[in-house]
Design a binder for this molecule. Structure first.
Ligand code: GBE
Length: 491
């Protein structure tokens, strides 16, 4: 422990020395910083008081599904009890805002009545943050749908949008006097593809090529409904902003050939455009390439209509422009080329609809996650793609981070943040309108299918200790210094 302390100290001195010697780059005036978490990944208290089960409770308690280390979020970081320590850490970092999510099944166990204890928990957390002058940023849905709604089809049932709106209304009424930034949903693409298409995540449905599109369709409608509800009923009085946050990797064409460039563009359209186009593009609706390909493949596969649902005119209008900013979660980059042996698969799937080959360059530094390689320049390229595709919207980075299996001497994470933030500044120099940055994550937490085996935190969590002891890593000291000086050494 003492040795570890000394190395951390040495490391932070080294980081400081680096910053004094190297050339410093400043973040623009008004640029703000935050850190993020999500309810199921940190709270625990899965059956505290009158909380009902969420699909992640069901999923992790069912042995047919596989969480790598056999764990669950039953206790996680125990933030249900330890939220004051969490806020203390956020304050230590000196950031402007804390992005956390609300557990729908904690706040409204049966979808209608509010839970007294659920309301109290989020009131306490929000008030504690404000006491420390930290702005709360709330995600309404970060993947933990109430199980009773899943019984009714979950996000493949379009009525879920109505239930979501009722839940959001309560959240605005209860907390909107103090919460000024809301995210409706987190990464609908990952949630729908993994939960309804591949069956990897809760609710564990593997109805590839169908159900992920149904899920996405309802989520887009739900998002828009909540956006307009806030806009029409709450915005004037509460003066907050509403958006959502979308995941995207950069997709680098493996050659300059038009085939490979089209393939890379296609992945961007299927991953990011699927949700971004209907909301942020001038014409609205799904990307043309998605509509065309899925219809064509569906017909070839013998279906009479496209597996991608169609919006009505009214729905298109409702969804288009339903944002106050463009939320982005970004981690990594892939190389993409045209698929070598293309086919209309008899069995529909999202990946057959996209139909590319992808890979990582072998010299891209690895993380603890198979899907995450360190490719900082991809960040700049992606931000420029968003600028060019959606008329340079205000972008807020709501997640960016690195996974390891280390303790508090997380040099690789320090380097990741240094490099990614440098390319973020390059993107800003290119004219990208990025106004804030959020590190994922405040602390190590339940990393979905990987359980506790992959760590993303700025704070180390000792899961074996009864108090789930949190200790700042080298990256916490490093990040704190960036926030404090609003600058970073040039790489
Ligand atoms: C986000 O997702 C989540 O919002 C957050 O909750 C999570 O903790 C954090 O990032 C770190 O993962 O077959 O395993 O290779 C990998 C990040 C799929 C984006 C996982 C999809 C990461 C994109 C598929 N990735 N995800 S496989």
């Amino acid at each position: 422990m003492i040795v570890a302390r000394i190395t951390t100290l040495a490391l932070s001195l080294l980081i400081c020395a680096f910053q004094v010697d190297g050339k410093l780059r400043r973040f623009p005036d008004g640029f703000s910083f935050g850190v993020a978490t999500a309810s199921y990944q940190i709270e625990g208290g899965w059956n505290a008081s009158d909380k009902s089960e969420s699909i992640w409770d069901t999923f992790t308690h069912n042995s047919n599904y596989k969480i790598l280390d056999g764990s669950s979020g039953d206790v996680a970081c125990d933030s249900y009890h330890l939220y004051k320590r969490d806020v203390e850490m956020v304050a230590e970092l000196g950031v402007d805002f804390y992005r956390f999510s609300m557990s729908w099944s904690r706040l409204m166990p049966d979808g209608y009545e509010l839970s007294k204890d659920g309301v109290k928990y989020y009131n306490d957390l929000i008030n504690e943050l404000l006491k420390h002058k930290i702005q709360p940023v709330v995600t309404l849905f970060h993947w933990d749908l109430p199980q009773w709604l899943q019984q009714l089809g979950g996000w493949s049932n379009s009525l879920t949008a109505k239930h979501f709106q009722r839940y959001a209304r309560s959240a605005f009424e209860l907390f909107g006097d103090r919460v000024k930034m809301w995210l409706t949903v987190n990464e609908p693409q990952v949630f729908c593809l993994h939960g309804y298409g591949k069956g990897l995540k809760a609710p564990g449905l593997d109805m590839n090529g169908f159900a992920e599109y149904l899920c996405g369709h309802t989520m887009l409608k739900a998002h828009a409904k909540v956006y307009h509800l806030y806009d029409q009923v709450f915005k004037k009085k509460q003066k907050g902003r509403v958006g959502l946050t979308l995941n995207a990797s950069w997709q680098q064409a493996s050659s300059n050939s038009s085939n490979d460039r089209e393939a890379a563009q296609r992945v961007l359209e299927f991953e990011l455009g699927w949700f971004a186009n209907p909301i942020f593009s001038k014409c609205g609706d799904y990307p043309k390439i998605m509509k065309d390909r899925i219809l064509w493949k569906s017909q070839e596969q013998g279906y009479t209509e496209s597996r991608l649902p169609i919006f009505t005119k009214e729905e298109l209008e409702e969804i288009k422009g339903s944002y106050d900013f463009f939320g982005l979660n970004h981690y990594t980059t892939r190389m993409v080329k045209e698929k070598s042996n293309k086919s209309v698969a008899s069995k529909p799937s999202f990946s057959n609809d996209v139909e590319v080959d992808d890979y990582f360059e072998s010299d891209w530094k690895e993380s603890a996650s198979v899907w995450l390689r360190v490719v900082p320049w991809g960040f700049q390229k992606l931000l420029n793609w968003i600028k060019d595709s959606y008329d340079n919207p205000e972008v807020i980075i709501f997640e960016n981070g690195f996974s390891d299996r280390e303790g508090i001497d997380d040099v690789d994470r320090v380097q990741y943040y240094r490099d990614y933030l440098n390319y973020l500044l390059d993107a800003i120099d290119d004219g990208c309108n990025v106004s804030a940055y959020t590190a994922w994550s405040l602390m190590d937490n339940f990393e979905w299918n990987k359980g506790y085996s992959e760590r993303f935190g700025l704070y180390y969590v000792d899961y074996n200790s009864t108090i789930k002891k949190r200790t700042p890593k080298a990256s916490a000291h490093y990040f704190k210094n960036i926030v404090k000086t609003k600058s970073i050494e040039k790489i």
